[in-house]
Design a binder for this molecule. Structure first.
Ligand SMILES: NC(=O)c1ccc[n+]([C@@H]2O[C@H](COP(=O)([O-])OP(=O)(O)OC[C@H]3O[C@@H](n4cnc5c(N)ncnc54)[C@H](OP(=O)(O)O)[C@@H]3O)[C@@H](O)[C@H]2O)c1
Length: 261
């Protein structure tokens, strides 16, 4: 893994930061991207302190021109990634009909358009090298479109779908596209979602696991490439819940989402 380069989006906190540290410890050169460049520099120092390789690149991923500039810059620097972790993501919790459209648009740009565009930019060089790993950070919400997360859940469904199609297209190329369907994780994600929410609690938060567990699962997907993985693993049952129990979720789910007073 010493020659490998990994581009990690959303490396300034949570799952992205934990993954960056783990991959750097495995000898991978990590490209740390996000908007909060001070956080990225702190992480770069932490990685360099254990003699890891890290490069910082500040980007607002919702901006198409910035994504193209990142691609061109990495080429100029001879840092074309072998591994792409499409991790940056945003959620909002509450009734869709009350959701400010700007937030919905930002989520669509960040959770859907940016990962698809980055895949399109970096896949050709991976195919040419006969090696590549793309790990899209999905969610069990992609298969469980609960009340309160209409735009978020549908954005993760999109990631599920594009992963499956491209995974199948890339058979026998040495390139694997994977989706990691994560359950709740203890990160700033819930704070960001709650800052904008409708006043109700976010029920899933109580079950949250540490971002290090997610990073370990990402590592396992790099080493043993496969189309889909769950973290925690038992959440494999989540894909069946909607199929088998959608009638019960239709009845009971809305009770979890309080109406704005
Ligand atoms: N936490 C959970 O329970 C959970 C569960 C399932 C799936 N996930 C998924 O895991 C991924 C990572 O989330 P997390 O839990 O680690 O949350 P987090 O700690 O809030 O991290 C989100 C990351 O996205 C970056 N980001 C946000 N807007 C951006 C933008 N416009 N341009 C570039 N980067 C941007 C943030 O960096 P800056 O603000 O510095 O730009 C931050 O590094 C997301 O895709 C999320 O959907 C999370």
């Amino acid at each position: 893994m010493n020659q490998r380069i990994a581009l990690i989006t959303g490396a300034s906190s949570g799952i992205g930061a934990a993954t960056a540290v783990l991959l750097a410890k495995k000898g991978i050169h990590v490209i740390l991207t996000a908007r909060r460049v001070d956080r990225l520099q702190e992480l770069q120092n932490e990685i360099q302190n254990f003699s890891g390789n890290a490069t910082v690149y500040q980007i607002d991923l919702t901006n198409e021109q910035e994504r193209i500039k990142l691609y061109e810059w990495l080429q100029q620097q001879n840092l074309v990634p072998d591994i792409l972790i499409n991790n940056a993501g945003l959620a909002w919790y509450g009734f869709f009909h009350e959701m400010p459209w700007k937030i919905a648009r930002d989520i669509i740009d960040l959770n859907i358009t940016a990962p698809a565009h980055l895949m399109r930019l970096f896949l050709p060089s991976m195919i040419q090298k006969h090696y590549g790993r793309i790990i899209n950070i999905g969610s069990i919400a992609g298969k469980l479109p609960e009340q309160g997360i209409a735009i978020y859940a549908s954005s993760k469904s999109y990631l599920d779908s594009i992963t499956t199609s491209t995974h199948r297209e890339l058979r026998n190329t040495g390139v694997c596209v994977s989706i990691l369907r994560a359950g709740p994780v203890k990160t700033e994600f819930f704070d960001t979602a709650r800052a904008l929410e409708n006043g109700g609690s976010i029920p899933a938060e109580r079950l949250a696991i540490s971002p290090n567990r997610v990073a370990n699962k990402i590592w396992s997907l790099i080493i043993i490439p496969r189309r889909v993985a769950y973290v925690p693993s038992y959440l494999i049952i989540s894909a069946l819940l909607e199929t088998l129990f959608s009638w019960a979720i239709d009845l009971l789910g809305p009770l979890l989402l309080r109406k704005r007073k």
